[in-house]
Write a new protein. Structure first.
Length: 258
């Protein structure tokens, strides 16, 4: 039986520009799209950061697993009046995060590194090639330890530092939740879904995840993962959505997907 995708929820803030690829997809496939984060990020005040007794200047490299971590790392550096030396190296989970660094630094390949496939194992191998560095990992107060466990295996010298908080956005009681497709970008988004809707049943709802840790969180929660990005064919979430919808629409179903 064909399942019509009429309404999609993207768990991110609405794009400021009306030229977002999400709007193009919605128009092309006749879908309604809502933007609503399942989580919100709150900055950790500099005063609370100091209580962790982390000296940023003690480290020669930083590992970024998300653009949010990039923002809060440089925010805290500014608040603490820390001038990052030109010799600092940056290791990023994905190329997209590496490119995002240009918002704060002059991009030079000799000090910015990223995994080729966007997977955690690729990043760990890359870090392992620079094992003499001392790594700082900016994280949220809610984070997975998989990366750290893998770094321990490689005997990498690192320290995690909480630089922001991840808080669930609550839905109103009895609020209508009538989506056919849900798009997630963090494990916390998955947790928030199940917290807000403890009786959630996926059934025909498509689950889409960006990033390996988000995908793993969905699977660990017992959800069926329908779309995952990034991949070599689809480096972005919108590219993955386009490939999926194009494939399903090409199977003969009209005005919807199977």
């Amino acid at each position: 039986m064909a399942v019509i995708i009429k309404k999609m929820l993207v768990s991110q803030p609405q794009p400021a520009s009306g030229k977002s690829p999400y709007f193009d997809i919605a128009e092309k496939y006749g879908m309604e799209i809502d933007f609503r984060p399942f989580i919100k990020v709150e900055p950790l005040p500099a005063k609370e950061f100091r209580q962790q007794r982390v000296s940023i200047m003690d480290y020669s490299a930083v590992i970024f697993t998300a653009r949010t971590a990039v923002d809060h790392f440089f925010r805290l550096c500014e608040e603490l009046r820390i001038v990052i030396p030109e010799t600092m190296k940056y290791f990023c989970m994905t190329e997209a995060i590496a490119v995002y660094l240009q918002k704060y630094i002059i991009y030079r390949k000799r000090k910015v590194f990223f995994g080729q496939n966007g997977k955690q194992d690729d990043l760990v191998k890359l870090v392992g090639k620079h094992a003499k560095e001392k790594y700082l990992i900016p994280v949220s107060d809610v984070h997975k330890d998989d990366l750290m466990l893998n770094l321990d295996v490689k005997k990498i010298h690192y320290r995690t530092a909480i630089m922001y908080r991840t808080v669930s956005n609550t839905f109103r009681e009895n609020e209508e939740f009538d989506y056919d497709m849900l798009v997630f970008f963090s494990p916390s988004g998955i947790s928030s879904l199940l917290k807000n809707f403890p009786e959630f049943k996926q059934e025909d709802i498509r689950i889409c995840c960006f990033g390996p840790t988000t995908a793993k969180a969905a699977v660990d929660a017992g959800l069926r993962l329908d779309i995952e990005a990034p991949t070599p064919e689809a480096p972005s979430m919108t590219a993955a959505l386009e490939l999926y919808l194009k494939k399903e629409m090409g199977s003969g179903t009209q005005n919807g997907i199977r």
